[in-house]
Design a binder for this molecule. Structure first.
Ligand code: SF4
Ligand code: SF4
Length: 102
């Protein structure tokens, strides 16, 4: 099915419709850019990226598995029930040579 694999989600910019949990978001005003969350996001999801000086979660790639939550030292990762599609320039990271999950 479409969006069933990470590559398909990157291609289509769609979330897997089977995922029940909301995606998470990083509150940038609280984040200390330690990258701990990025290293703990499972590679089949691979949703967290360095984006300039920000650390971002691409909601279409985030399953809401919560693996990133306990490792954040400042608890600045929150469920995002009102999530909006990722900004177009966020998509330049997944699937490209700088993709940390490849
Ligand atoms: S909830 Fe899971 S998939 Fe989403 S960013 Fe955190 S670790 Fe990655
Ligand atoms: S673990 Fe928390 S503080 Fe560290 S980069 Fe991720 S969101 Fe920011």
């Amino acid at each position: 099915m479409a969006a069933g694999t990470r590559d398909e989600r990157i291609e289509s910019h769609e979330r897997n419709p089977k995922w029940k949990n909301h995606p998470l978001r990083i509150e940038m005003s609280e984040c200390i850019n330690c990258d701990a969350c990025l290293r703990h996001c499972p590679e089949q999801f691979g949703a967290i990226f360095n984006h300039g000086i920000d650390v971002i979660i691409v909601p279409e790639l985030c399953s809401g598995c919560d693996k990133c939550l306990p490792v954040c030292p400042v608890d600045c990762i929150y469920p995002d029930p009102d999530w909006k599609p990722a900004a177009e320039d966020w998509w330049k990271h997944p699937g490209n040579p700088d993709d940390p999950y490849h």
